[in-house]
Design a protein around this ligand. Structure first.
Ligand code: HEC
Ligand code: HEC
Length: 239
């Protein structure tokens, strides 16, 4: 065999193997290993070692449940590219996900490696028992109370509690007690202007322990948040 045909053969075999790869994406073990190290340093706090989101030390930090990356029925509805985009851009591209994007911390090679590893976490848990990613996006777009719920969990529940009882995980550490904002006494008194001036600190007392939110970030979300808070008294209990 002369040199030229050897090179041609090499090119052909490269072609064949890459087209096989495209059909059955057998994970590259080195890529998966690199992805595992990155996942374990950047992601497990919220998503857990197994990706299931249970028992993750900081799962509550974000207020919203971190979802189950180990659910095969759900994850198999997403292409690699869709997962890569979720990790890279987070809520900027997928507003129903309350996760900031990682592209300022991780370059695209690293994100590709992480996603190769995330794929290996998926285990068969039977048929999907909940909305698909597309349904979640639809719900988020069309249902103000669903948006309000997600925003409330993310921005307010850490202190005011998931049920609005004032007993969020940060409450014990706050020097002034977060108000039981979802109680039948308080929720009905909350007008847009009142909450707006409170969260953006226009007339706040100087010993307030509530963070000041940027108008740009919080004001567009506030009508949904308030609408959701107004539903909380229906099932209110401070037990
Ligand atoms: C501060 C907590 C936190 C950290 C750290 C974190 N995430 Fe997330 N992640 C979330 C939350 C909250 C969501 C939204 C979950 C939901 O609504 O289903 C999410 C969603 C996702 C989704 C989309 C799931 C879906 O339903 O479409 C992927 C994929 C993901 N995260 C991967 C990662 C990876 C990879 C890392 C590490 C680079 C990471 N996350 C780090 C909190 C976190
Ligand atoms: C880090 C803790 C924390 C977070 C997060 C937080 N709050 Fe508060 N909030 C408090 C505390 C503490 C008080 C009690 C008074 C004070 O210290 O300002 C309070 C009081 C309030 C009050 C005054 C209620 C009244 O009638 O006196 C409103 C309204 C309010 N919060 C709305 C919100 C909304 C809406 C969010 C989410 C966008 C939010 N808070 C997020 C801690 C928090």
């Amino acid at each position: 065999m002369n040199r030229c045909s050897k090179a041609t053969l090499a090119i052909i075999s490269l072609f064949i193997s890459s087209s096989i790869y495209a059909q059955t994406p057998a994970p590259n073990p080195m890529l998966v290993e690199a992805g595992k190290r990155l996942f374990n340093s950047f992601c497990i706090y919220c998503h857990g070692i197994d990706g299931s989101g249970t028992n993750a030390p900081a799962a509550d930090l974000s207020g919203v449940p971190t979802g189950d990356l180990s659910n095969k029925a759900y994850m198999s509805l997403l292409t690699d590219e869709e997962i890569i985009n979720r990790v890279a851009y987070g809520e900027e591209m997928y507003p129903y996900l309350q996760m900031p994007g990682w592209r300022s911390n991780l370059n695209s090679e690293k994100i590709i490696a992480i996603v190769a590893y995330v794929r290996t976490l998926a285990i068969d848990q039977g048929p999907l028992n909940g909305p698909t990613p597309a349904e979640r996006l639809e719900r988020f777009k069309n249902n103000p109370l669903e948006r309000g719920r997600i925003y409330f969990l993310r921005y307010c529940s850490g202190c005011h509690g998931k049920k609005g009882d004032g007993k969020g995980w940060m409450a014990a550490k706050a020097l002034s007690k977060p108000v039981a904002i979802g109680s039948p006494k308080i929720a009905p008194t909350l007008t847009f202007d009142k909450v707006k001036s409170y969260v953006t600190n226009i007339n706040r007392w100087d010993k307030s322990y509530m963070p000041v939110f940027s108008e740009e970030e919080i004001l567009p979300k506030l009508p949904d948040i308030i609408a959701y808070i107004k539903t909380l008294p229906e099932q209110y209990s401070d037990k």
